[in-house]
Design a protein around this ligand. Structure first.
Ligand code: DAL
Ligand code: ZN
Length: 274
C-alpha cells in the first residue's frame, strides 16, 4: 500500500469508530476514556459495564442518554440511603430492625382503616403532599396498612399460609424480615384486593404517586423479577428523584432500580466528581 492509501485507510477506520461511538451514545459527543457527565468520573465504557446486568431495553435507555441518567443518579445518591435499601426475598432486614422515627398516623388528618398505623416521620411531608393533591382531584386515599414489625409480619405470613397454603402465601406475603413494610415507608391503600386498581384512588396513585416519591413495588407481569404477584395497592416511598429515575431509566420497575443501587452504590459513590 502506498503512504497515501495507508493514510486514507487510517482516516476511514477512525471515521468508522467515531460513527460507532455516535451511534452508541447519540446524546453527547465525547472522546473515549473521558467522563460522560460532570457528576462522575465514569467513562462510556464504565457505564456500559455498570449497566451490563440490566435487561437490554433498560441498558439501551441509559446508554442513549448517559448525561441525563448520571445527572439524576447523582441526585438519588444524595438521598438518605435507608430510604433506598433493597428488601426482598434475598435481602432481609434483621429481626431487631425498627425504623428510627416512626410516628402514629393518628396524629394526622388521614383516612385510615385502623387506628394503630404508623410511618417514618421523614416521609410524612411527601405523604401529606400526595394526600392533599389527591384530595384536590376529588380522590380520598385510604391508608390500610403501613409499618409492620418483624414480629407482626410473622403473624401476617403465618395467617396467609393457614388461609391459602404456603405456595399462594409466598406469592403475596413476605417472610418476616423480607417485607418492605418493616421499613416504615411502604403503604397498602384501599381494599388490598385486585379491584383496587380500577378504583379512582387506584388509578390516581398509578398516575401520580411517583410525583411524591412513591412507586408500585410489585407491578403486573414482573413476578419473576420481584418475587411477588401484582399488588396494585402496595406503594413504597423511595424519594422523588429516585421515583423519577425509576420511571425514566428503569422501565418503571422499582426492583431493577433498587437492585442496581444495591450492587453499585459503593463504586458509584467512589466515582463522584469532587
Ligand atoms: N405483600 C408484601 C409482599 C409484603 O408482605 O410485604
Ligand atoms: Zn403491602
Amino acid at each position: 500500500m502506498t503512504r497515501a492509501a495507508n493514510r486514507k485507510a487510517l482516516v476511514a477506520a477512525s471515521l468508522l469508530l467515531l460513527a460507532a461511538a455516535a451511534l452508541a451514545f447519540p446524546s453527547g459527543a465525547f472522546a473515549a476514556g473521558s467522563p460522560v457527565a460532570p457528576e462522575f468520573s465514569l467513562t462510556a465504557q464504565d457505564l456500559q459495564a455498570l449497566t451490563a446486568g440490566l435487561p437490554g431495553s433498560i441498558q439501551q435507555a441509559i446508554l442513549a442518554d448517559p448525561r441525563g441518567f448520571l445527572h439524576l443518579l447523582a441526585q438519588v445518591l444524595d438521598q438518605p440511603q435507608d430510604l433506598l435499601v433493597l428488601v426482598d426475598k434475598g435481602h432481609l432486614l434483621g429481626a431487631g430492625y425498627v425504623p428510627p422515627d416512626l410516628v402514629p398516623l393518628r396524629g394526622y388528618r388521614l383516612a385510615v382503616s385502623r387506628n394503630d398505623l404508623s410511618l417514618r416521620r421523614v416521609i410524612m411531608t411527601d405523604v401529606l403532599a400526595m394526600v392533599a393533591a389527591a384530595k384536590a382531584d376529588g380522590v380520598t386515599l385510604l391508608f390500610s396498612s403501613s409499618y409492620r414489625s418483624y414480629e407482626y409480619q410473622k403473624e401476617v405470613y403465618a395467617r396467609e399460609v393457614t388461609t391459602y397454603g404456603q405456595e399462594a402465601a409466598d406469592r403475596e406475603s413476605a417472610h418476616p424480615g423480607a417485607s418492605q413494610h418493616q421499613l416504615g415507608t411502604a403503604i397498602d391503600f384501599g381494599s388490598i384486593t385486585d379491584e383496587f386498581a380500577g378504583t379512582r384512588a387506584g388509578r390516581w396513585l398509578a398516575a401520580h404517586a411517583w410525583e411524591y416519591g412513591f412507586t408500585l413495588s410489585y407491578p403486573k407481569g414482573y413476578e419473576q423479577v420481584t418475587g411477588y404477584r401484582w399488588e396494585s395497592w402496595h406503594y413504597r416511598y423511595i424519594t422523588r428523584p429516585a421515583a423519577r429515575l425509576q420511571r425514566e431509566f428503569f422501565g418503571d420497575v422499582q426492583q431493577y432500580l433498587l437492585e442496581f443501587l444495591d450492587a453499585h452504590r459503593t463504586q458509584l459513590q467512589g466515582a463522584r466528581s469532587p
